[in-house]
Design a protein around this ligand. Structure first.
Ligand code: FES
Ligand code: FES
Length: 172
C-alpha cells in the first residue's frame, strides 16, 4: 500500500500494524512517541487530513492514500513552524516526550480557530497529557503562536478540520 507522510509517498507492507509502528519501524520517523498505547495520552498524535488522531489506535492500512503529517514534516527548510518556535520561546516542555503531540494538536487547533481563548485551548488539548506538568507554558505558547501566525500559515488547514474529539481520536 501507499502511505503518504509529510507529502512523500512510501510503499509499505503494514500488515495489521498500527500507524505509529509503521511510522517508527518502517519510515524511521521517531518523532511520534508512544505513551499509553491505548488512546489516552496523545503522545502519538499525528494529523490525518489536517485532523489530530492517535496513531496508536489506527491501523496503517486504514490511512492508505490519505495525508499524514508527523512532527518531522512541520518545519520547512530548517525553519520551525510558528507553533514549534513558540514552544521553544515559552519553554513549553521539560522532558519533551509529549511535545510532538501537543505541537501537532495545536497546529490543528489554530488551523480551525486562529484566535482561541484559554478555555478553548485547554479543551482542544485535553486529550494530550504532559507528565511533567508543563501545561501553563504550553497554554502560553499556543496563545503566543496564535498572535504571531498569519491566517493560513498552518500548512494543513482543512475545511473539514473540526475540534479534536480527544476521547475518540480514531479514523472516521
Ligand atoms: S500512545 Fe497514548 S494515545 Fe497513543
Ligand atoms: S514535557 Fe515531559 S511529558 Fe510533557
Amino acid at each position: 500500500m501507499i502511505l503518504k507522510v509529510n507529502s512523500r509517498e512510501y510503499e509499505v507492507e503494514p500488515g495489521l500494524r498500527t500507524l505509529i509502528d509503521v511510522l517508527r519501524e518502517d519510515l524511521g520517523l521517531m518523532g511520534t512517541k508512544e505513551g499509553c498505547g491505548i488512546g489516552m495520552c496523545g503522545a502519538c498524535t499525528v494529523l490525518l487530513d489536517g485532523k489530530p488522531i492517535s496513531s496508536c489506535l489506527v491501523l496503517a492500512i486504514q490511512v492508505a492514500g490519505r495525508d499524514v503529517l508527523t512532527i518531522e514534516g512541520l518545519s520547512e527548510n530548517g525553519i520551525l513552524h510558528p507553533v514549534q518556535a513558540a514552544f521553544v520561546e515559552h519553554g513549553a516542555f521539560q522532558c519533551a516526550y509529549c511535545t510532538p503531540g501537543f505541537v501537532l494538536s495545536s497546529v490543528a487547533l489554530l488551523a480551525e480557530n486562529p484566535s482561541p481563548d484559554g478555555t478553548e485551548i485547554r479543551e482542544y488539548l485535553s486529550g494530550n497529557l504532559c507528565r511533567c506538568g508543563s501545561y501553563e507554558n504550553i497554554l502560553q505558547a499556543v496563545s503566543a503562536a496564535s498572535l504571531t501566525m498569519e491566517p493560513g500559515l498552518p500548512r494543513e488547514p482543512r475545511p473539514d478540520c473540526h475540534a479534536a474529539k480527544n476521547a475518540a481520536r480514531n479514523v472516521n
